[in-house]
Ligand binder design. Structure first.
Ligand SMILES: Nc1nc2c(ncn2[C@@H]2O[C@H](COP(=O)(O)OP(=O)(O)OP(=O)(O)O)[C@@H](O)[C@H]2O)c(=O)[nH]1
Ligand SMILES: [Mg+2]
Length: 283
């Protein structure tokens, strides 16, 4: 784990939080978008406050990249903790639109015609993609990096859903550097804020411990669970011919490759935060 502390809650995040609070009185349903790979690190400690007096739908998005068993366990856990509905979702799969629309429409205790929904979550969780999927058209800009959506925007979806897109917010969990590193692995915090070799080293340790077989399969190497991470980097660099002039292994390129392979799901379906070993936040 590296020493460097990240700037966890910069000014524009505070502004985004204030702008959300200003809109809350208009909102019927809070749609909390989590990346199913990091449901713990991606949670906003303010969420219970946003949801007071409203319906609360948790969307475990990018479930195509997460471990299905863990997604089921997180679903149960969030329901137990008080969410009105939880949906495992893949926003890039057009066939799933109906499931989310129906879930949101079912959270309507006052029987309103139009439901106004706040779409909230960390950067890069897929909020804008979810909105495009519900609207059925590409109405908002999306991108595989944090900070794509810069301001709030209302969009109209079929079935009388009005959706408020918001810029991703990172939460003030200064004490939790581990969560920050997990968010860097999935691309919700810019990895330029870290030394790439450091976060790739942490990721390698996680994979050696939890998914050694996946590393073996993808890179065609053998991994011993007790092996230090740098020796696995050597093996990967050698296999892939990632050498610098003079024949030394190129750790930067190997690190970048590992981080990209993880972000793009090439290492397989992985959930980083386990449903049974993280402290829950009750509502
Ligand atoms: N594999 C996969 N990728 C997804 C899914 N949903 C979104 N993405 C991708 O994730 C990236 C981020 O999506 P956005 O919709 O821009 O995320 P956002 O939450 O709006 O991000 P900010 O506006 O930066 O806060 C894009 O490259 C999407 O294509 C999903 O369910 N599965
Ligand atoms: Mg967005």
């Amino acid at each position: 784990m590296q020493e460097q502390l990240i700037q966890w809650y910069p000014g524009h995040m505070k502004k985004a939080d204030r702008q959300i609070r200003e809109k809350l009185k208009l909102i019927d349903v809070v749609v909390e978008v989590l990346d199913a790979r990091v449901p713990y690190a991606g949670r906003n400690p303010e969420i219970a406050d946003y949801c007071r007096g409203k319906q609360h739908v948790v969307v475990l998005n990018k479930s195509d990249l997460a471990d299905p068993e863990q997604t089921r366990a997180w679903t149960e856990r969030f329901l137990k903790e008080g969410a009105d509905a939880v949906v495992a979702y893949t926003a890039v799969d057009a066939g799933q639109r109906k499931k989310l629309t129906e879930t949101i429409r079912s959270c309507n205790p006052k029987g309103k015609n139009e439901l106004r929904c706040l779409i909230v979550g960390i950067p890069n969780a897929g909020k804008s993609t979810i909105i495009n999927s519900l609207v059925g058209k590409k109405k908002t800009q999306i991108g595989n990096k944090p900070g794509v959506t810069k301001g709030q925007q209302w969009l109209q979806a079929p079935d009388q859903l009005a959706l408020l897109d918001t810029p991703g917010i990172l939460w003030p969990k200064f004490e939790d550097q581990e969560a920050a590193i997990h968010l860097a692995w999935i691309g919700s915090i810019k990895d330029t804020l870290f030394e790439k070799e450091n976060i790739a080293g942490d990721l390698m340790n996680f994979l050696i411990e939890n998914y050694p077989g996946r590393l073996e399969e993808l890179y065609g190497i053998t991994v011993d669970p007790d092996q230090p991470a740098w020796t696995v980097f050597d093996a990967v660099a050698e296999k892939r011919g990632l050498l610098r002039k003079g024949g030394e292994f190129d750790y930067l390129r190997t690190s970048e490759m590992l981080l990209n392979d993880f972000k793009n799901g090439r290492i397989g379906r992985i959930t980083i935060d386990r449903a049974d070993d993280k402290t829950g936040e009750t509502e």
